[in-house]
Design a protein around this ligand. Structure first.
Ligand SMILES: [Zn+2]
Length: 597
């Protein structure tokens, strides 16, 4: 799916000095001159060398430590940073990132039949694989979902176009939702009695799962005691079958019990109550990995509010790692409006949005307590939930941790080494060391001073195969939606920002610009349009256009433009621009002569 070759390496500025025609020999890479951050938190190595032999790292260190094999492809990474690939320790491949995958949030199965959504997820996981690699994520832990997710691990382990995946399969729970269990998908297996809980664990073990995820939603008071017993039986059955135990738990009482009974991984952590000393000590003493999932709840509320308020969503996705289908769905909130649950009034939506920042402050202070206690934190997003998008949400989660006050250098370790530990795969990846699988990133800026520098991702190596970001990206989009008015508006804004790439992202590859005065020839195609508009990068700040009137009729947008920020004394009459927009891109523009105004 994703070709890699020397031309691409050169194209994104990493010169390949020598190359060797592939024979039966394995491919060798030598990344030279970069600053290496190995994922353990050890001091950086400047002017470093990483030698990759086949799918493994064979040497890492200074030029004195590692000889460069004569036939290695040299990748000059001088002035760049090299880190392990990121690990998202909480994702769901059986969710889409929108409500079509969570009809329990907004039931729009009339327009998005759930079984159809599930089949598409099963048939096309590659679109999310690409989103993950594009976001620098080379391994993910799928901690619960449809039965078919259990095959993803073996399917992707040696696939350089996919992240490593470990999947837990069906969630064992007392709180299953019928709507997500349709047609034998088995999102949930039951645990309402001890016998049922044990049987569910046996079933998962037979299906090939290596980890059991318990979805332990806060029980009603009169159920709590019974559930404690069932949980202990499930934990016991998992231990007997040598299965890891992952527990989704958000309340302090249940979290303490989960930790005491042998959970290896707590996902979400305590969200509903403040943590206490006893809990923090137990997590440390039992060596439990803690994945806080900080952005997912707010994203649910933002997603619901966006439908109630009819505001299109756009991912924080500078490298266009979100697949176009998902991007379109999250932008088109109006299609879900008729199915919004009754309680989600406009007022309720506004109230929820106000509550988001208050809740986020609580999460930040709790995270700092967990961090201060010395607990092993692994970054995890809960990707697949509405607006927590596969791949792209990793950046949101890391930025949240940084905003809370955790230093970037530590977040780097939490997002690499600790994630691999959460997955039980630290022997194989998560840090850069000889013998480990060559999953690594090349960045244009230092992520140990600011995690936002993971946006400056230039190359992703997975199992020794380099991919450029240009190769992984789904391409820059013009606007959040494909609506002609939004596309033209985004184009005007890019023009006013003097952002040439953003401007060109609004034009189709074969777009044409017609000057109806007859003075200018037709400008056709991206490269000619780029050449014509390079002046944007040189004009004074503030120079641009103001739209004084706009008419939209289907695919045609007519703007009356007034030039602003022009030099004193210069005269530029108002102009009319007529756009034809199709599939989210401007196909044609006509500029009529000024005197018809
Ligand atoms: Zn989850």
């Amino acid at each position: 799916m994703l070709s890699t070759n020397r031309i691409i390496l050169i194209a994104f500025g990493l010169a390949v000095v020598s190359c060797h025609a592939a024979s039966e020999d394995t491919r060798q890479l030598a990344l030279l001159g970069g600053t290496i951050l190995d994922g353990t938190g050890a001091p950086e190595v400047t002017n470093g060398v990483v030698i990759v032999n086949g799918d493994r790292i064979s040497c890492i260190g200074s030029s004195a430590d590692c000889a460069v094999p004569t036939r290695a492809e040299i990748i000059d990474v001088t002035g760049k940073w090299v880190t392990p690939g990121l690990v998202d320790s909480h994702v769901h491949f059986s969710q889409t990132g929108w409500f079509d995958g969570r009809p329990d949030g907004i039931d729009a199965t009339e327009v998005f039949p759930y079984v159809g959504v599930a089949s598409k997820l099963r048939e096309q996981p590659e679109r999310f694989y690409r989103s993950y690699l594009c976001s620098g994520v080379t391994a993910v832990y799928d901690v619960g979902g449809h039965q078919w997710t259990l095959s993803l691990g073996t399917n992707t382990e040696n696939d350089a176009d996919a992240p490593h995946i470990r999947a837990a399969g069906s969630l064992v729970t007392h709180a299953g939702l019928d709507i997500l269990n349709a047609d034998g998908l088995n999102t949930f297996l039951p645990m309402s009695t001890v016998a049922e809980g044990r049987e569910s664990v046996r079933k998962l073990s037979d299906w090939g799962s290596t980890a059991i995820k318990v979805w332990w939603i806060k029980p009603a008071d009169d159920e709590a005691k019974t559930l404690d017993e069932v949980y202990l039986a499930v934990a016991d059955e998992a231990r007997a079958r040598n299965l890891d135990l992952i527990v989704h738990v958000t309340t302090l009482r249940e979290a303490k019990l989960a930790v005491g009974a042998g959970a290896q991984l707590l996902v979400h952590g305590v969200l509903d109550d403040p943590v206490d000393e006893e809990f923090l000590r137990a997590v440390v003493e039992n060596d439990v990995v803690y994945t806080p999932t900080l952005v997912v709840s707010s994203n649910w509320w933002r997603a619901l509010a966006s439908v109630a308020l009819n505001t299109p969503n756009q991912a924080n996705d500078p490298n266009s790692c979100v697949d176009p289908d998902t991007a379109r769905k999250i932008a088109d909130t109006s299609i879900l409006a008729p199915y919004l649950p009754e309680y989600m009034s406009t007022e309720q939506a506004e109230k929820m949005l106000e509550y988001v920042s208050e809740y986020e402050e609580f999460l930040k202070s709790e995270l700092l307590k967990v961090h201060a206690a010395g607990i092993t934190i692994a970054t995890g997003t809960d990707a697949g939930n509405p607006l927590t998008l596969h791949g792209a949400s990793m950046m949101d989660e890391m930025l949240f941790m940084q905003d809370a006050g955790i230093p970037a250098a530590e977040i780097l370790v939490m997002s690499t080494q600790n994630g691999a530990r959460a997955m039980g795969r630290l022997e194989d990846f998560g840090t850069l060391a000889p013998g480990k699988i060559a999953d690594l990133l090349v960045l244009g800026a230092d992520p140990s001073v600011d995690v936002a520098n993971f946006k400056k991702l230039e190359m992703v190596v997975r199992a020794g195969q380099p991919h450029s970001i240009a190769d992984l990206s789904y391409g820059r989009r013009c606007a959040a939606s494909d609506e002609p008015g939004d596309v033209v508006q985004a184009q005007v804004e890019a023009y006013n920002d003097h952002d040439l790439d953003g401007f060109l992202a609004c034009y189709a590859d074969d777009a044409a610009i017609h000057d109806l005065t007859g003075k200018q020839p037709v400008i056709r195609g991206q490269s000619d349009i780029r050449e014509t508009y390079t002046f944007l990068e040189h004009i004074p700040e503030g120079a641009g256009v103001e739209i004084i009137d706009r008419i939209i009729s289907d695919s045609i947008v007519v703007d009356m433009e007034r030039f602003v920020g022009i030099p004193e004394g210069a005269v530029m009459p108002d102009a009319v621009a007529v756009y034809e927009v199709r599939d989210g891109k401007i196909q044609s523009v006509w500029f009529p002569p000024a005197d018809v105004n």
